[in-house]
Design a protein around this ligand. Structure first.
Ligand code: NAD
Length: 518
């Protein structure tokens, strides 16, 4: 595994790591532009005329074509190495995410370590079963043959990750990519720079350097990286960058997954346990200082419920973070100055009900609740991605559903009610990537559920078996008997009505329950 940044100004160039005990041999240093030793930036450099990542991509493709990533034992060994990375680098991961965004170690232990380990264990527990060819139904003509679906690796895949869960959001897709037998380039976010540095410097100690590489790059470097032909691209980030990635993928007709963001509505019915709702919503909104793609972005409820919810939210916030959340070790900070200013600008929406305090130096924004927010207010024009919860008043459940359906389809919808029917009605009459009734975020803890968006919130899904499927091409295979030629004779010219009758009888799929004999 090699980390490569021929361009980054954030930290020194990474030399390819020296050979580690037990690690497979390094990529040959003669590979063009490999390792960035020249220091010529990928950030727009065209001195050489070539693409600075071309050598790396071709090297990985050669490794993939050699077949070394295909055997199950190889995949299991690499996945187990990822588990060692998580175990041995746990403290560094907690430290890096704390430095990047003040992520509380408790939250990082859960979201960056435990959820990744769960994905890993789920994959290791099931992989031997998932990789098996799936034998399928046959017609009369092929009855003696073998028809099956082979889950084939795509080849060299590119994984581009965002900054908010900087380990989980590259590692969980990587588990799927390795499990499916691919080579991979991982491009962490340059915004979470401590996590990026850690991944770039240490992941190579665990994985096969000929098949997996970390590239550190900003926008220009990633643009150059995307000029290369990949066999699959897995992108997590904002819808606007998702469009850029999709356009780059289109140049090579590369299939891709887009895990994007957006505004996740949270409908709260009058018939609910207000205290429980407040705790579950506050937890979902204010964890990681609101920088979570599936966080409830805004609440939809009646005016009466809003007035009950505000004191309950205040109580939950005080219970979680004390009287001054700024002093709480359990409340994170905004990742960067640009992101801080963007979120702060949304605080003028509606009526300030809770919080609102900010400290630019610390990039602190207090857990904030905005009441009586109008659909036209700034907080309702973009994904908040910060610790701010607007409440939009609606007069009925129908109005809430119409409000949701009039907007781009979100990554998640939340609905709270003591009446199961009410929760089901929101589920039945709306569309979103995922759904959770009577809680927030918890759906992401189950590898048995697909995770992904729809429409504006993304394309494709992953987690658990869905990750394996995402990174596999379902190759339809038919392996016929060399003999038994008389079975084929009816399809060959010269055509006759008798042959056509035979063909109809042997190839036809009959509609079930449509038997004309009875
Ligand atoms: P982003 O789109 O700005 O960046 C994501 C990645 O794309 C980074 O690695 C970045 O370096 C790269 N990038 C940025 N601009 C680029 C460009 N012009 N060309 C090529 N690459 C470029 O997103 P972000 O700010 O890192 O993350 C926040 C967004 O990600 C939010 O919208 C959030 O909802 C979304 N998100 C989605 C999920 C999910 O699973 N669906 C998870 C986390 C975050």
């Amino acid at each position: 595994m090699t980390s490569m940044d021929p361009s980054s100004t954030q930290h020194p160039l990474h030399e390819p790591p020296s050979q580690l005990p037990g690690a497979p041999p390094q990529a040959p240093q003669s590979t063009p532009n490999y390792g960035g030793a020249s220091g010529k930036g990928a950030e727009g450099s065209s001195d050489s005329g070539g693409n600075p990542f071309e050598g790396l991509v071709s090297h990985l493709r050669r490794s993939w074509l050699s077949g070394r990533t295909r055997p199950l034992e190889y995949r299991v060994a690499q996945l187990e190495a990822l588990g060692r990375f998580l175990d041995e680098k746990k403290d560094e991961i907690l430290e890096a995410t704390a430095l990047d965004m003040g992520k509380p170690p408790f939250e990082a232990s859960f979201s960056e370590i435990l959820l990744c380990k769960n994905e890993l264990h789920d994959t290791l527990n099931n992989l031997a079963h998932w990789v098996k060819d799936e034998h399928v139904e046959k017609n009369l003509v092929t009855r003696l043959d073998s028809a099956f679906i082979r889950r084939d690796p795509y080849g060299v895949v590119l994984i581009i990750a965002p900054w908010n869960y900087p380990i989980q959001l590259f590692l969980v897709p990587l588990i799927g990519a390795i499990a499916a037998g691919n080579c991979a380039i991982i491009k962490p976010s340059e915004i979470s720079k401590h996590a990026e540095k850690l991944v770039a410097e240490t992941l190579s100690c665990y994985l096969d350097n000929d098949c997996y590489a970390v590239v550190t790059a900003g926008v220009q470097g990633t643009t150059r990286l995307l000029e290369n032909k990949f066999d699959y691209i897995f992108f997590t980030g904002s819808p606007s960058v998702g469009k850029i990635v999709m356009q780059a993928a289109a140049q090579h007709l590369t299939p891709l997954t887009l895990e994007l963001g957006g505004k996740n509505p949270c409908y709260v019915a009058d018939s609910c346990d207000v205290r429980n709702v407040a705790r579950r919503v506050a937890w979902g909104r204010f964890s990681n200082a609101g920088q979570t793609c599936i966080a409830p972005d805004y609440v939809l409820c009646s005016l009466e419920l809003q007035e009950k919810l505000i004191p309950a939210l205040r109580e939950a916030i005080t219970e979680f973070y004390g009287p001054n959340p700024k002093d709480s070790p359990d409340f994170a900070r905004i990742v960067g100055d640009k992101q801080f200013r963007r979120v702060r600008a949304l605080l003028g929406s509606g009526r300030l009900a809770i919080g609102g305090q900010t400290d630019e130096e610390e990039r602190y924004i207090a857990p904030t609740v905005l009441a009586d927010v109008l659909p036209s207010d700034p907080a309702m024009q973009e994904e908040i991605f910060g610790p701010v919860l607007p409440i939009v008043v609606v007069t009925s459940r129908d109005e809430a559903i119409d409000f949701i359906n009039a907007r781009p389809r979100p990554l998640a919808i939340y609905a709270f009610s003591c009446d199961t029917q009410e929760v089901n009605e929101v589920l039945d009459r709306t569309s979103s990537g995922g759904f959770c009734g009577n809680d927030t975020l918890t759906q992401v803890t189950l590898p048995s559920l697909p995770f992904g968006g729809i429409g504006q919130s993304g394309l494709g899904q992953y987690h658990g078996r869905f990750s394996f499927e995402t990174f596999s091409h379902p190759r339809g295979c038919l392996h016929r008997h060399m003999g038994l030629e008389p079975l084929n004779t009816p399809r060959y010219p010269p055509y006759t009505p008798q042959k056509l009758g035979l063909i109809m009888a042997t190839f036809q799929i009959k509609r079930r329950g449509n038997c004309t004999l009875l």
